[in-house]
Design a binder for this molecule. Structure first.
Ligand code: UT7
Length: 331
C-alpha cells in the first residue's frame, strides 16, 4: 500500500477593507514612507476597524472563502485548527467558535499558538493527522487581528503589523504530493526579545499594567532580525540539503512576511531566483499567522501541480522552521 501524504487541496483568504498606508502612519508617529519602505518593504497594511469583531471574524471569512471556492460541505470537515496569536478571548478556543460559525458541526477544533510560526507548525499538525489515516479533511486557519495588541504610539512596532486571515484544507493524497519533510525548531531565549509583558499568568492585567502600556506587543527589533535571518535561512537550506534539492529545483519560496530584507537574505542563501520568491508584504505588512496562507491565496493561480515549494517562518518564542511541500492541484 502506498504511503498517504497530506496535500493542500484548497485555500481561502480575507483581509479587512481599511487600508493603513505609510503616509497615514506618518501623521500618527515620527516616521515616513521612505524609512518604512527601505527598512521593511511595507507600503500599507489592512486593519479591522470594527471594535466589536475579533480575530474569529477574519478567520471565518477566510474559511468561508475556501468553502465557497472548493464547493465543500462543511459537515465533512473532521477538524479545525485555528492558528493565532490573538485569540478572541484568552481561554475559550477561538477555533470552536469559528468551526460552529462555518457549519463544521462534525469537527473538533482547537487553537495553536506559536506566534509568527503558528501556521507553519499548524501545517505539521494538520498533515500528521492526515498521514496517520485518522482524519480525511483538516481545515487549518491562520488569522490575526494584530491591531488589537499594537501601540499606535510606538513607531518601532506599529509600522510592521496588519490584520488578515487565510485558510488551507489538508486531504490525503496517493500520488506522493503534499508535505514531504519538515525541519521545525524553537528556543525559549526568544521571549526576552519579543513579547507582551502583561495579561498572561505571570503578570495578570491590572490598572498598573494598563497605565504602563504593558498589554501591547514589544520587540527588540535588531536582535529579532538577527535571529530571524540566520535561523530562517538555516532551516530552509537544511531542508533542501536533506531532500537533495537545490535552488533550481525549488519552484517557490513561501516565507513569513516580517521584513523584506529577511526574506531576501533567506532566498539568497537558498540560491533562488528572486522571481521564485512569493511576496505580498508591501500590501499587508506582517499579519503573523496569516502571512503564509495569504501568499498561497494571492499566488494560487501561478502554483502548478507538482511544484516544489519551501515554506519558512520565524517568530516569537523563538519559533521557526521550514517545510518542503509538493503542490497538488492546478486552479
Ligand atoms: O514576525 C516576527 C518576527 N519579527 C521580525 O522578524 C522583525 C525583525 N526586525 C525588523 O524587521 C527590524 O529590526 C525593524 C524593521 C523592526 C527595525 O529596522 P532596523 O533596521 O533594525 O532599525 P533599528 O531598530 O536599528 O533603528 C534604526 C534607527 C533608530 O534610530 P537611531 O537610534 O539610529 O537614531 C530608530 O530609532 O531608526 C529609528 N526608527 C525609525 N525611524 C523612522 C525605528 N523605527 C522607526 C520608524 N521610522 N518607524
Amino acid at each position: 500500500m502506498s504511503k498517504i501524504t497530506a496535500a493542500i487541496t484548497a485555500v481561502g483568504a480575507y483581509v479587512p477593507e481599511y487600508v493603513l498606508t505609510n503616509d497615514i502612519l506618518a501623521t500618527m508617529v515620527d516616521t515616513n514612507d521612505e524609512w518604512i519602505t527601505t527598512r521593511t518593504g511595507i507600503k500599507e497594511r489592512r486593519i479591522l476597524k470594527d471594535a466589536n469583531q475579533g480575530t474569529s471574524f477574519l478567520g471565518i471569512k477566510a474559511a468561508e472563502d475556501l468553502i465557497a471556492k472548493k464547493n465543500l460541505d462543511p459537515k465533512e470537515i473532521d477538524m479545525v485548527i485555528f492558528a493565532t496569536a490573538t485569540p478572541d478571548l484568552p481561554v475559550a478556543a477561538t477555533a470552536a467558535y469559528a468551526a460552529s460559525k462555518i457549519g463544521a458541526v462534525n469537527a473538533f477544533s482547537y487553537d495553536l499558538q506559536a506566534a509568527c510560526s503558528s501556521f507553519l507548525y499548524g501545517m505539521s499538525t494538520a498533515a500528521s493527522y492526515i498521514e496517520a489515516g485518522r482524519y480525511k479533511k483538516v481545515l487549518l486557519i491562520g488569522a490575526d487581528k494584530m491591531s488589537s495588541i499594537i501601540d499606535y504610539k510606538d513607531r518601532t512596532t506599529c509600522i510592521i503589523f496588519g490584520d488578515g486571515a487565510g485558510a488551507a484544507l489538508f486531504e490525503p493524497n496517493e500520488e506522493g504530493l503534499g508535505l514531504q519533510d519538515e525541519y521545525l525548531r524553537s528556543d525559549g531565549i526568544g521571549r526576552e526579545f519579543l513579547k507582551i509583558e502583561a495579561g498572561g499568568s505571570i503578570l495578570p492585567p491590572s490598572e498598573e499594567t494598563i497605565a504602563k502600556d504593558l498589554h501591547f506587543v514589544r520587540q527588540d527589533g535588531k536582535t529579532v532580525f538577527k535571529y530571524a535571518v540566520s535561523n530562517m535561512a538555516d532551516a530552509s537550506t537544511k531542508i533542501m540539503e536533506r531532500n537533495n534539492i537545490n535552488g533550481d529545483d525549488v519552484d517557490w519560496l513561501v516565507a513569513h512576511q516580517a521584513n523584506k530584507r529577511i526574506i531576501d537574505a533567506t532566498a539568497n542563501r537558498m540560491g533562488l531566483d528572486p522571481k521564485k520568491v512569493l511576496m505580498n508584504i508591501h500590501r499587508y505588512g506582517n499579519t503573523t499567522s496569516a502571512t503564509l496562507p495569504l501568499l498561497l491565496s494571492d499566488y494560487e493561480k501561478q502554483l502548478k501541480k507538482g511544484d516544489n515549494i519551501v515554506f519558512a517562518s520565524f517568530g516569537g518564542g523563538f519559533t521557526w522552521g521550514s517545510i518542503f511541500l509538493k503542490w497538488a492541484y492546478n486552479s
